[in-house]
Design a protein around this ligand. Structure first.
Ligand code: AMP
Ligand code: MG
Length: 381
C-alpha cells in the first residue's frame, strides 16, 4: 500500500511507514520528578539539616539561582534543576524552619527525585520503526518528538460480496429456505480489525450474470472477498467468474477443517478470495488467510496468525487428511493454559463460536492426542 499522512488524532492502530528519530534529548534538561527542594546531596547527609531557600524553580520557568553549600531552591515537578543542585528532597520529607529556611528531615542521595537530561532518549536515537502498529503510548511519543502528523499505510479497500440465492438482508424476515446474511457483517468487522477499509457490495445471486456484475465491481478494489459459491454445488459459479475475469488462482482448496474450499488468487494488483459460505468457516478462513495478506499489504511488521500454546484438557481425535481448527475454551491454571473443545454443531454454528474464547488447532495426523498434550491455539479475545 502507498503511504498517506494522518494527524495524531487518527493514527491509533495504523501502520507506521516512517522511522521516528528523537529530535531532542528526552528529557531536554535535568528535571525534578518531585515537588520539594533542590539540594546538594552533600548538605543533607546528616539530618535534620536547615538550608536557606534561595529561589524557586517552577515548571516552564527555571530558577536563575545557583545552589551553593547551605542553600536550596524550592522546585516543582517538571521544573528544571538549578545549577549546583544534584538531588530533590520531596516536600513531605521537610518542614518550614523559618520564613526563608527549610528543615530537611531525610537524607537524599545524588540523583534522588530527578531525571537527568536524555535519561529516556538521546537526540538522534531511533524511537519507533516503520511497520509498527501505532499504539497508545506511541501517540504521546510522536507528540513528544514534534510529529503533528505521520506517514502510515493507506488502508487497503476490501470489497465484500456475499453470495447465495437463499440470502436475505438482516432487516428482512426469511421465508421458506431463506436465511439472513451474516457473513457480510462478520467479514466487515474482521476487515476493520485487520486494518482494512471494508466496502460492502451486498448480496450476489447464484447466476453467472449477477456474479459477473458484482465480481467485476469487486475487482476494482485492493482486495475482493466473496463468501459462498466456492464448493462443489451445481450453482457454485464464483470460480467460473474468477476464471472469466482472468483471476490467477494460486490455490482453491486447503487441508483445513473448516475452511476446505478456500480460494486465493489475484488479478493484477487485486487479491481475490473465495471464502466458504458457512459462517464459522468464513471467520476461520479469514483469520488464517486474509489477515496475513492484509498485514503484508500494510507492510505491518509481524505476519501470520499469532499462535499460543496450551495443554489439552481432553483427548482429541486427529483427522489424517486435514488440520482441524475448532472452537474451544481456554483457561489459565497452575502455570499454563488448558484448553478443551467447546460444544458446537459444526461450521454453521455461530452461537457455538460465541460461547468459545479460542480456536484450537488439532493437527493433521493419524491417531489422537491425549490429555496434557501441547497444542496451538488462537485467542478470540
Ligand atoms: P455455500 O458455500 O454457498 O455452499 O454456502 C455454504 C453454507 O453457508 C450454506 O448453508 C449457506 O446457506 C451458508 N451461507 C452462505 N453465505 C452465507 C451468508 N452470507 N451468511 C450466512 N450464511 C451463509
Ligand atoms: Mg451458496
Amino acid at each position: 500500500m502507498p503511504v498517506e499522512a494522518v494527524v495524531l488524532e487518527s493514527c491509533l492502530g495504523r501502520i507506521l511507514r516512517e522511522d521516528i528519530v528523537a529530535d531532542t534529548d528526552y528529557p531536554r534538561f535535568d528535571k525534578a520528578i518531585r515537588d520539594g527542594f533542590a539540594v546538594r546531596a552533600k548538605d543533607v547527609v546528616q539530618v535534620p539539616a536547615v538550608l536557606r531557600i534561595s529561589g524557586e524553580s517552577r515548571a516552564g520557568q527555571a530558577a536563575s539561582v545557583t545552589v551553593v553549600p547551605g542553600t536550596c531552591c524550592e522546585i516543582m515537578t517538571g521544573a528544571q534543576l538549578p545549577e549546583g543542585a544534584d538531588a530533590v528532597v520531596m516536600v513531605e520529607h521537610t518542614e518550614p524552619a523559618s520564613e526563608s529556611e527549610v528543615r530537611i528531615l531525610r537524607p537524599a542521595r545524588e540523583g534522588d527525585g530527578l531525571l537527568r537530561r536524555a535519561a529516556e532518549l538521546r537526540s538522534g536515537e531511533s524511537v519507533l520503526s516503520s511497520g509498527r502498529r501505532i499504539q497508545l503510548a506511541d501517540i504521546g511519543t510522536l507528540a513528544n518528538f514534534g510529529k503533528p502528523q505521520v506517514l502510515v499505510s493507506r488502508k487497503p479497500r476490501v470489497a465484500i460480496l456475499a453470495t447465495g440465492d437463499e440470502l436475505v438482508e438482516v432487516g428482512e424476515s426469511p421465508e421458506g429456505g431463506q436465511i439472513r446474511n451474516s457473513n457480510s457483517y462478520t467479514l466487515h468487522a474482521q476487515v476493520v480489525a485487520a486494518g482494512g477499509e471494508p466496502v460492502l457490495l451486498g448480496i450476489g445471486r447464484d447466476t453467472l450474470e449477477d456474479l459477473r456484475m458484482q465480481i467485476g465491481r469487486g475487482l476494482q478494489h485492493d482486495v475482493l472477498l466473496v463468501s459462498g459459491g466456492v464448493s462443489m454445488g451445481k450453482y457454485d459459479f464464483v470460480e467460473n467468474v474468477f476464471a472469466e475475469y482472468g483471476v490467477d488462482v494460486l490455490f482453491e482448496s486447503v487441508a483445513m477443517k473448516p475452511g476446505k474450499p478456500t480460494v486465493f488468487g489475484h488479478r493484477n494488483d487485486t487479491f481475490v478470495f473465495g471464502l466458504p459460505g458457512n459462517p464459522v468457516s468464513t471467520i476461520v478462513a479469514f483469520r488464517m488467510f486474509v489477515t496475513p495478506v492484509l498485514q503484508s499489504l500494510l507492510k505491518s511488521a509481524p505476519s501470520g496468525p499469532q499462535m499460543l500454546r496450551a495443554r489439552l484438557d481432553m483427548a482429541a481425535i486427529c483427522d489424517s487428511s486435514r488440520t482441524a481448527i475448532v472452537p474451544a475454551l481456554v483457561r489459565f491454571e497452575g502455570e499454563s493454559y488448558w484448553i478443551k473443545t467447546a460444544p458446537w454443531k459444526g461450521s454453521s454454528d455461530l452461537a457455538g463460536l460465541s460461547r468459545a474464547n479460542a480456536l484450537v488447532v488439532i493437527p493433521q495426523a493419524e491417531g489422537s492426542l491425549q490429555p496434557g498434550d501441547v497444542v496451538d491455539f488462537l485467542s478470540l479475545e
